[in-house]
Design a protein around this ligand. Structure first.
Ligand code: NAD
Length: 337
C-alpha cells in the first residue's frame, strides 16, 4: 500500500518538455509510490505574463516541497534572459549535479558495459556568470573556484561512491595550466580523499587526457568529480557513450531542495509531436526515487524501462522504434503491472 504521498513540484518546461513530463508523471504514478504533483510553469511561455522565466512562486513551490522534476527550458543564445537552469541551481544552492551514464541493452552504441557517474560542481567556475566587456572588442569571464565548494562537491562524490558500492573517484581538472583555480579544486579533492583512504580509491586526470581516455577505455573509470564547465562537457561525452542525450538523466542536489532533470534541452523542432524520447526524464525520476529511499520502486521502473528498450517494439524514433512518447510510457506502465 502506498504511504503518505510525496509532494513534488512538476515543471513541464518548454518545447518537448510538457510531453516528457506527462510521460514521466504517469510512469512514476504507476510505480506504487504515491505522489502529489504541484504543476508549475516556468520558461519561455511565462515570460509575457510574469516578466521572468522563473517566477518567484515557482521557486517557493520547490523550496516548500524540496523536490522538483523539471522538463527542459529554452535559453536564448547570446542575449535575453539568463538560463533558468543556472539561476535555479544558484538560487536554491543545488551544488551537486549527478549524471550517471550506464549502457542500456538494445541500444546501438560503441560500448556495451559503460557504467560511469559524473559528479559536477554546479554553482561556480565560469558559470558564476561574472562577465563583462573590456572596451568594445574584448570580453572577460571570471572563473571562480573556492575551497568550500570544491571540498563540498568532493565529499558528495566520495559519499556517493561509498553509499553506492563504487570503488574509485577521479578528480578531473586542468591544474597544469590554471594552477591557482584548478589547482585549488584538485588540492581540495585530494584533501577530502584522505578521509576515505582504504575505502575509496582516489586519482586525478587532466581534462583533455580524460576525454581521450573515456572514448578509448571507459571501463577504467567509475565516479568522476569535476568543476562546473568540464563537468558539463564530460557529461555530454559520457551520454554519447551510452546512447546519446535522449537517455541521459540528471539530478541537481542541494541542501534546501533537489531538482531532477534530463541532460538534453527542449528540442523545439519536435515540440508537440509526441515524438521525443522520455527515457532521460523517466531515469531522472528513478534518481528521485532513489533519493527518497524508494529503492524497490526505483529498481522496478528502471527494469521495466530497460526491458521495453531491449525489446525495441515500443521505443521512440531515436532508438529506432515506431512509438510516440506516450506509447513508450504506456509500454513501461504495462510492464509495471
Ligand atoms: P537539445 O538537447 O534540445 O536538442 C538537440 C537534438 O538532440 C535535438 O534536435 C534532437 O535531435 C535530440 N534530442 C534531444 N532530446 C531528445 C529527446 N528527448 N528525444 C529525442 N531526441 C532528442 O539541444 P539544443 O538544440 O542545443 O537546445 C535547445 C534548447 O534547449 C536551447 O534553448 C537550450 O538552451 C535548451 N537547453 C535546456 C536544457 C535544460 O533545460 N536543462 C539543457 C540543454 C539545453
Amino acid at each position: 500500500m502506498p504511504g503518505m504521498p510525496y509532494r513534488v513540484t512538476l515543471i513541464p518546461g518548454d518545447g518537448i518538455g510538457p510531453e516528457l513530463a506527462e510521460a514521466t508523471r504517469r510512469v512514476l504514478d504507476a510505480s506504487g509510490v504515491a505522489f502529489e504533483w504541484e504543476v508549475q510553469d516556468a520558461g519561455e511561455g511565462v515570460m509575457a505574463k510574469y516578466g521572468t522565466p522563473l517566477p518567484e512562486h515557482v521557486l517557493e513551490s520547490i523550496r516548500r516541497n524540496k523536490l522538483a522534476i523539471k522538463g527542459p527550458i529554452t535559453t536564448p543564445v547570446g542575449s535575453g534572459f539568463r538560463s533558468v537552469n543556472v539561476t535555479l541551481r544558484q538560487t536554491l544552492g543545488l551544488y551537486a549535479n549527478l549524471r550517471p551514464a550506464r549502457s542500456i541493452k538494445g541500444l546501438q552504441t560503441r560500448y556495451e558495459d559503460v557504467d560511469l557517474v559524473i559528479v559536477r560542481e554546479n554553482t561556480e567556475d565560469l558559470y558564476a556568470g561574472i562577465e563583462h566587456m573590456v572596451g568594445r572588442d574584448a570580453a572577460e569571464s571570471i572563473k571562480i573556484i573556492t575551497r568550500e565548494a570544491s571540498e563540498r562537491i568532493a565529499r558528495f562524490a566520495f559519499d556517493y561512491a561509498l553509499n553506492n558500492g563504487r570503488h574509485k573517484v577521479t578528480a578531473v581538472h586542468k591544474a597544469n595550466i590554471m594552477k591557482l583555480s584548478d589547482g585549488l579544486f584538485l588540492e581540495s579533492c585530494a584533501h577530502v580523499a584522505k578521509d576515505y583512504e582504504g575505502k575509496i580509491e582516489f586519482e586525478d586526470r587532466i581534462v583533455d587526457n580524460m576525454c581521450m581516455q573515456l572514448v578509448q577505455k571507459p571501463e577504467l573509470y567509475d565516479v568522476m568529480v569535476l568543476p562546473n564547465l568540464y563537468g558539463d562537457i564530460i557529461s555530454d561525452l559520457c551520454a554519447g557513450l551510452v546512447g546519446g542525450l535522449g537517455v541521459a538523466p540528471g539530478a541537481n542536489i542541494g541542501t534546501e531542495a533537489s531538482v531532477f532533470e534530463a541532460v538534453h534541452g527542449s528540442a523545439p523542432k519536435y515540440a508537440g509531436m509526441n515524438k521525443a524520447n522520455p527515457t532521460a526524464l523517466i531515469l531522472s525520476g528513478v534518481l528521485m526515487l532513489r533519493h527518497l529511499g524508494e529503492q524497490d520502486a526505483a529498481v522496478r521502473v528502471e527494469k521495466a524501462l530497460r526491458e521495453v528498450i531491449a525489446e525495441g517494439k515500443a521505443t521512440t524514433y531515436d532508438l529506432g522504434g515506431p512509438a510516440g512518447t506516450s506509447q513508450f510510457a504506456d509500454a513501461i506502465i504495462a510492464r509495471l503491472g
